[in-house]
Design a binder for this molecule. Sequence first.
Ligand code: DOR
Ligand code: ZN
Length: 356
Amino acid sequence: MVRHAKISIMKNNSILTIRRPDDWHLHLRDGELMAGVLADTAKQFARAIIMPNLKPPVTLVSQAEAYRARILKALPDGVDFQPLMTLYLTEATAPDEILRAKHSGFIHGVKLYPAGATTHSDAGVRDLSQCDGALRALEETGLPLLVHAEVTNPEVDIFDREAVFLEEILRPTLDRYPTLKVVVEHITTKQAVEFVSKGEDRVAATLTAHHLLYNRNAIFQGGIRPHLYCLPVLKREAHRQALLQAATSGSVRYFLGTDSAPHARHTKENACGCAGCYTAYSALELYVEAFDSVNALAHFEGFASLHGPAFYGLPVNEGHVRLQRTPSEVPAHLVRGGIEFIPLRAGEALAWSLLD
Ligand code: DOR
Ligand code: ZN
């Protein structure tokens, strides 16, 4: 039986106890730096959906298996964390590979990157009609398609790319594949909220902490702030409000996915900076602050710990974590695998602290 979030009312330093949460959208990268960023995630989350946009991308079950083994090997001793692997969809993905992915038991989704939409997406899909066999195999297996929902047409304004993708690409795809399960990843607009809320149960969405806490003004506050640049880019305040409303509504269609995406400091503070916010370091504190801002702590456990497992058909985690409404501070910078990173809120205060 699922126990509901316990809020001990102690005025300013309330403690919120929730079942151990999961991160349904995470970039861990690879090599030396992976171990460092992995520890940041594993101290908060029991499991995470691991994005496959490595160089080269994780397109085969055998590659996902080897990547999973590297992640497990990089885990700090005694830490209990399960990587939930994904495959990177290309126009060459064979339907058999999808069947093998399902049978592997360790692959839980297939990621659609429109080619050119974001970091390491050049091997992604130019024309989704080329993926018919793979999409039918996804329907057959029940594995969800995890979608980076942005068109790449340079003539479409960057702030409209998500809304255009939903209507021009995703809606017809859902019509053509009537049992395909879809997670619209890191949604950023009120159009996406409407799309998911009014859609069928087979469509869900992840929300990041940064899109719940910041609007696009934050990128330009007093000068350009490269560490707030991510894709899809932050939108205007009305969109942030719609996302916050959706996340805190209690709807099972919305769940936590940080999209924590580490890029070395020098690649972000650059004439052509990379897209991605490093939020893993204090993800839960950031999310709970967003929920608290609209008095919705009672819905935090569902969003962080229950809705994701229900959609993916996995059990909820054993154990609990506790958060306290007591300020903490994010370090000004982090070094992971010998590389410097600037986490979200670097050098600034968080309203909440993770206790254990
Ligand atoms: O900001 C982003 N960074 N968005 C993505 O979709 C990819 C990610 C990354 O891998 O760096
Ligand atoms: Zn991502």
